[in-house]
Ligand binder design. Structure first.
Ligand code: ATP
Length: 193
């Protein structure tokens, strides 16, 4: 669950978020749209705790998993290892973590590149791997900053189906986008002014 009440964020003279209130229940995909500079990434940063609002309050259930626009994939781990690591961190036995990781790679159309390093992947494959890694953490809160920006239609469908599975399993999902077609996949839509 994500609960934001009247949150405002200012950077010097710039108001990045103005008294935003947003409630995302568990099992819900919330889409946040808005023009460039309307505060979408700032909202993600507030939810993940790296930006503190100047006023207002925020509450987010843990664990939180994030896909930022830079993905932040460790360069020395293969695609599969990135996912297995998330399982190991959760205390899952290695064999089970590997099986779950392989399943996620299949779901996201990445099973052919399981042994590739991030720099051996295309931009779209990297973006799908970043989403897969976030899902492998089995978060209560999933924050996705424009998670389909590098994807074609087919790959976008894979990502959105996998995100729906996570929501159905109980996660609250907040996803920013410039792609109006994603509204079809969302349970609620908020447009930042
Ligand atoms: N660290 C920062 N320092 C100063 N200003 C910032 C900072 N981060 C964001 N801003 C400003 O806050 C506003 C909102 O930025 P933000 O990146 O949240 O928008 P956005 O909707 O995600 O944009 P885009 O769609 O281009 O990613 C912009 O005017 C931006 O210039």
């Amino acid at each position: 669950m994500i609960q934001i009440d009247s949150a405002s964020v200012r950077f010097g003279d710039t108001t990045a978020l103005q008294e935003l209130s947003l409630h995302v229940p568990d099992r819900t995909i919330a889409l946040v749209t808005g023009h460039a500079g309307s505060g979408k990434s700032t909202l993600i940063d507030v939810c993940r705790g790296v930006v503190t609002p100047d006023s207002g309050s925020i509450s987010v259930d843990e664990p939180i998993a994030v896909v930022t626009q830079s993905y932040q994939l460790p360069s020395s781990l293969t695609a599969l290892e990135q996912l297995v690591l998330q399982g190991l961190i959760r205390g899952v036995p290695a064999a089970e973590a590997e099986r779950a990781g392989q399943e996620l790679l299949v779901a996201l159309g990445l099973d052919g590149v399981d042994r590739n390093m991030p720099d051996e992947l295309s931009g779209g494959q990297r973006q799908r791997l970043a989403v897969a890694r976030a899902l492998a953490a089995r978060p209560k809160t999933l924050l996705l900053d424009e998670p389909t920006s590098a994807l074609d239609r087919a790959s976008r469908g894979l990502v959105l189906r996998a995100v729906r599975v996570a929501a159905d399993a109980g996660a609250a999902v907040l996803m920013t986008t410039n792609d109006v077609e994603l509204a079809d996949w969302a349970d609620q839509v908020t447009t930042l002014a």
